[in-house]
Design a protein around this ligand. Sequence first.
Ligand code: ZN
Length: 177
Amino acid sequence: MNYCCTCGATIAIRTPPGDALPRHVCDACGAIHYRNPRMVVGALAEWDGRILLCRRAIEPRLGKWTLPAGFMEIGETVAQAAARETLEEANARLELHDMYTVISVPQANQVHLFYRARLLDLDFSPGEESLETALFGEHEIPWEEIAFRTVAMTLRHFFTDRISGAFRFHAGEIPPP
Ligand code: ZN
């Protein structure tokens, strides 16, 4: 950020009084432009024991498989974001269940959140950001072709929990590479 999005003046980076971290500060209008992690929200959607995955048509990780997920928008709830992203990427409708994983990715300034969900029907198809959409059983998951570590982590929790017979909430983090 070089210019203030409130008044257009040049931005300085310094620690405001009473704050602990350097911020983007506008000396012309006094605005402090905080930068905070962004939330990526998605769904692990099940149909008859198999999981809906999307093959990405966009960078990053073009051609790799992911759970439907994307950046939360201003003005929507986390649940709305999960349903919207699944509709956009897979033209699929869901019944959302519990929040399942919340995984911090500090090196990317992101937090990834996935619900468990149930597909309402099999009428899904690739959206504009997907090359393919398909259901995968546990032994069909393309582990080497999964786009993001948070997705792989969420899928592993799911299959482990399913064996144990109880799905529980998982909070986690992706350590820096
Ligand atoms: Zn300003």
